[in-house]
Write a new protein. Structure first.
Length: 386
């Protein structure tokens, strides 16, 4: 703890002050442009960045480790996150309106386009080195490689928008809600049963490969980190629940990336408003980015992670990237961006957001994204990326 404080005082006071100052500025701008709910959403995003960074809570590495190392602790932490969030989100979706807390879920159909998009996303996150939330918190924490991935992610997201009406014409299964079909308690029981079975399978795999389960990392300091996976899961569940309470919907990330790209193209004179995808979002293109809830939460994640990295004494960007790092960051980001638009989002909006909404599309996204992740993991090994 003392060493961390000394490191902070010597090298990272400036980035910490900058991160906190910018977070306060974005909060004020969001409140001014969109009301107190968006100001609160910015702060929720800041908490997400802090928690993701201190817990090193990424989906990409956890999916890769169960394949390459036969370690399932990261997957089990994700399942705890889902169950903790679902325990609150399912009742909110079913009964929240009657209690003055109206909330809706992400419940979408799932078809050929979404399956392809989820597979692309899974492949891209292994090449890019992070999922949507992982890209944001590692970029905010000072990773220049992930800043490249983020830029490519934005480019891929907006590149998909001219074609969305064509992809939408492909066959798909109808939307299906477990909360509607089984009620919130039945939906939670079904979700817990499936996740429990998968968790038991990961335990069996890990014990067979290693003779026992890995000792989980312990929390050393709440302020400076690192955090245990359990504390990370709890705090990120708090973020998901707070998003439901503040915005009345699940946490999402990648629609903000598409909007950023659309605004850039629109400013450059590209007629994006002629594309069907943007016909119902002309107001968002013309309004301030600080009036968009997903965008201000994303800014909060970046700045919260920057503050966390400074507190940990680890904010030290490396500016030199190898050709392989640069290429895989760009290709991975493009795949994730395009795939996320086809598949209703990313690991947060589609996987986490879908399952905690009780939507079947969240489970199907998991299946196809994991297939893509397997392909990406094998490709990483061939490229010597580990």
């Amino acid at each position: 703890m003392t060493a961390s404080v000394q490191t902070l005082s010597a090298t990272n006071r400036t980035p910490l002050a900058l991160a906190l100052g910018l977070l306060a500025t974005v909060t004020v701008l969001a409140t001014t442009q969109g009301g107190h709910r968006l100001g609160l959403a910015t702060l929720v995003g800041g908490l997400a960045g802090l928690a993701l960074y201190h817990a090193s809570f990424g989906f990409t590495a956890a999916w890769r480790r169960i394949v390459t190392e036969k370690r399932g602790g990261g997957l089990r932490a994700q399942f705890i996150l889902i169950l903790l969030t679902s325990a609150v989100s399912f009742p909110l979706i079913a009964w929240g309106a009657g209690a003055g807390l109206p909330a809706g879920g992400f419940v979408f159909p799932f078809g050929i386009a979404a399956a392809l998009g989820a597979t692309m996303f899974g492949l891209g996150m292994q090449l890019g080195g992070g999922c949507a939330s992982g890209t944001l918190f590692t970029a905010g924490g000072g990773s220049t490689r992930m800043m490249v991935t983020l830029a490519a992610f934005v480019a891929g997201s907006v590149a998909a928008t001219p074609h969305m009406h064509l992809w939408g014409q492909l066959p798909s299964l109808p939307a299906f809600s477990l909360v509607t079909a089984l009620g919130p308690l039945g939906a939670f029981a079904a979700t817990a049963a499936v996740l429990g079975l998968i968790a038991l399978a990961t335990i069996a795999i890990e014990r067979k490969a290693h003779g026992g389960l890995a000792e989980p990392r312990r929390t050393e300091s709440f302020l400076t980190g690192p955090w245990s996976p359990m504390l990370g899961a709890i705090m990120i569940a708090v973020v998901g629940i707070a998003t439901f309470l503040v915005l009345g919907r699940p946490w999402g990330i990648t629609s903000g990336f598409a909007l950023w790209g659309g605004k850039i193209l629109n400013t450059l004179g590209v007629p994006v408003t002629d594309w069907p995808y943007w016909q119902w979002q002309k107001g968002a293109l013309e309004a301030s980015v600080f009036a968009d809830a997903t965008s201000v939460m994303n800014f909060g994640i970046l700045l919260g992670a920057m503050a966390a990295a400074a507190l940990a004494g680890r904010f030290a960007p490396v500016w030199k990237l190898s050709r392989l790092d640069l290429t895989t960051a760009i290709v991975g980001g493009l795949l994730m961006g395009y795939g996320a638009r086809l598949a209703y989002g990313c690991n947060i909006g589609a996987y986490l957001g879908g399952i905690v909404s009780g939507s079947m599309h969240g489970w199907l996204w998991l299946v196809f994204a994991f297939v893509g992740s397997l392909i990406g993991t094998r490709l990483r090994l061939r490229l010597g990326m580990g």
